[in-house]
Design a protein around this ligand. Structure first.
Ligand code: PLP
Length: 395
């Protein structure tokens, strides 16, 4: 009567969601301020003031019927033009609005892109650790899914493993930098090497291997770290962008797909994106939010709060004896579990009311992910619990 694959997906929610729900129950039992919930990647910094101003202005001064009405299927042309102009100005690209398709965030951008590309027998790759929904999206699109290693210290991509894993069946590789969950940003040197291998293997197999850049954390970087814009390094690139994190609008579901104008059969790929959006029922991303983001190009929520959180937490955890991957971007800290089984470590952490996500579902065992997009006060209050956790392992 029902599709068993869909039933399984619905009946076994992600570990992250599970822990988040546990946290809500625990907060009701002992009080919200006593539970240190680091489970979910919900931005804790308000959107820039301009977001509210634009919403208020649009509501006050735009005809409500057109403001809330359907836009054209790939998005309002003026919105796509505004985003396109910003991307061209910022990255020196030569895109047109017809390379842009508005979506309900990065999740929709990814699923549309994978569906647009996937043919029978295709495989999608990504570097581990990775956002666990990639597997769900790749399999839902009809493809298979496999992972490529990263260096265990720096979490930069292992280019030799990439060379070995690419096969004639590889349709695309999803690259997520800044990365959820490691916080690593792929260096320009490694971007160049990665793209060289993709070019070499595309030539060997006689078809382009596509690079899908999943970029919800593009602007969330610290110090002087630069995130190379992958379209400028590799022609066969599709960018999946989202405003969920950069403008702190995850619940508003807004983002876009940009298909490089330089990609092989670019116009056909864009039409396949339109077709995939149509087949999924994802046409016409939320109209009001399209207009909002068009006027907030180049703005970002206050990243200095995340940087402060990162510094307080990473320094304290190192002091307590934990091994911490230094994040250059996003808002996650990847911490080595002091015992081989990260699930057991996360269970132990719960005894100190610390909710940490074990890394198994991210494709790299032995770590926990700490989402530090929470209040700085909570970070500070949680430190004694981390210290006790460390002591319980004799660190
Ligand atoms: N990709 C990565 C790496 C993410 O971390 C997330 C959300 O946390 C998404 C995609 C989905 O983002 P969105 O809320 O824009 O759908």
């Amino acid at each position: 009567m029902i599709n068993q694959k869909m039933y399984q997906l619905g009946a076994s929610p992600s570990k992250i969601r599970d822990l988040f729900e546990y946290g809500n129950r625990r907060k009701a039992e002992i009080g919200a301020d006593k539970v240190y919930d680091f489970s979910i990647g919900n931005p804790s910094v308000e959107p820039p003031v301009k977001v509210r101003e634009v919403i208020e202005d649009l509501l006050a001064n735009t005809n409500a019927v057109s403001l809330h009405g359907y836009t054209s299927a790939p998005g309002d042309p003026a919105v796509r033009e505004a985003i396109c102009n910003y991307v061209n100005r910022t990255h020196g690209t030569s895109l047109t609005k017809d390379n842009f398709y508005m979506t309900c965030g990065a999740a929709a951008s990814l699923e549309i892109s994978l569906r647009a590309l996937c043919e029978e027998g295709d495989e999608f790759l990504t570097f581990a650790p990775f956002f666990p929904e990639y597997r769900v999206f790749a399999e839902a699109a009809g493809g298979s899914f496999d992972t490529v290693l990263c260096d265990p210290e720096s979490f930069q991509p292992d280019i030799e493993d990439l060379r070995n894993k690419l096969s004639k069946n590889t349709k695309a590789i999803i690259v997520n930098s800044p990365n959820n969950p490691s916080g690593a940003v792929i260096s320009e040197e490694n971007v160049v090497k990665l793209c060289d291998v993709l070019r070499e293997k595309s030539a060997e197999y006689g078809h382009p291997i596509i690079l899908i850049a999943d970029e919800p954390y593009r602007e969330l970087v610290y110090d002087d770290v630069k995130v190379p814009f992958l379209m400028n390094y590799y022609n066969d690139t599709i960018v999946c962008y989202s405003y969920s994190k950069s403008l702190s609008l995850p619940g508003e579901r807004i983002g876009y797909i940009a298909v490089s104008d330089k990609m092989t059969d670019s116009k056909d790929v864009f039409l396949a994106v339109c077709g995939a959006g149509r087949s999924l029922g994802y046409v016409c991303a939320p109209s009001l939010m399209q207009r909002v983001v068009a006027q907030c190009q180049g703005m970002t929520s206050d990243v200095s709060v995340y940087k402060e959180n990162r510094d307080i937490l990473a320094n304290a955890l190192r002091e307590y004896g934990f091994t911490v991957v230094q994040p250059d971007g996003a808002f996650y800290l990847f911490v080595k579990a002091p015992e081989p089984d990260a699930e057991k470590f996360a269970e132990k952490a719960k005894e100190f009311e610390l909710l940490l996500v074990p890394s198994d579902s991210f494709g790299v065992p032995g770590y926990v992910r700490i989402s530090y997009c929470v209040s700085t006060e909570m970070i500070k209050n949680s430190l004694p619990a981390f210290e006790k956790l460390a002591e319980s392992y004799g660190l």
